[in-house]
Write a protein that binds this ligand. Sequence first.
Ligand code: GLU
Length: 280
Amino acid sequence: MPPAFPPGCTTRFAPSPTGYLHLGHAHSALFAAQAAKQGGGRFLLRIEDIDATRCRPEFTTALLEDLAWLGLAWTEPPRVQSTRMPQYRATLETLRRRGLLYPCFCTRGDIAAAIAAAHGPAAIYPGTCRDLPAAEAAARIAAGRPYALRLNTARARAETGPLAFTDLIHGPRRCTPEAQGDVVLARKDIPASYHLCVTQDDAEQEVTLVTRGEDLLEATDIHRLLQALMGWPAPLYAHHGLIKDAQGKRLAKRDQAPTLRAMRAVGMSPAEVRAAAGFP
Ligand code: GLU
């Protein structure tokens, strides 16, 4: 049973064009569209294509076609993240000036070695570059060393105090972004990151209900932190369950989950695919 959605909400579907859409994407897109439609709200489409190493224009073309074939229509032209780098850079600059970001020169190998030496939690950056003297960081940058920008999460938390959000499916949730350590807001190879761009665009596009898979529940803790730091409004959330395959495993591009185009090629109708995605 889908939850009761607030009337007049703005929702979005925000795929990354790294492959063809599968049934899990269809579920997510239909969920967002239905939430907006129920109360006469807006449904937006956003192409999250900042990762030029993995995103391809032909996947964007294909997903626009697949969504239209499914019967979906969006309220305004899709926003394309790769065209918005200057806006993301401006936010990074604001955070940097406030002392909330620091350059991190670590390679994956450096991080793994530091974690092993400290016996720390495997998924969390151990903070190697957090207290690097400013002159040393500047010298490394001047020498052309590649670097990422990380959020000083403890400092950010000290500015914002306790954070929470309301999820229409999971209920009220207290945020613990510190559990994820100093997350990357700009990568070495891409001058922005998912956390930054998704939060900034949801705020600028006035998305009032963020719907997405429950695999992103933890990410929302980071997004709430960024919203509080930047004075952006906190939307409502609905993190929906994930579509599983016959073995109970989550559908994923990397496991060659059957694509919407493959279903179409074997003669399934849009209505049949919608039903398979849980929206009869
Ligand atoms: N581009 C992200 C993805 O495809 C969007 C996640 C979100 O809706 O926040 O996973």
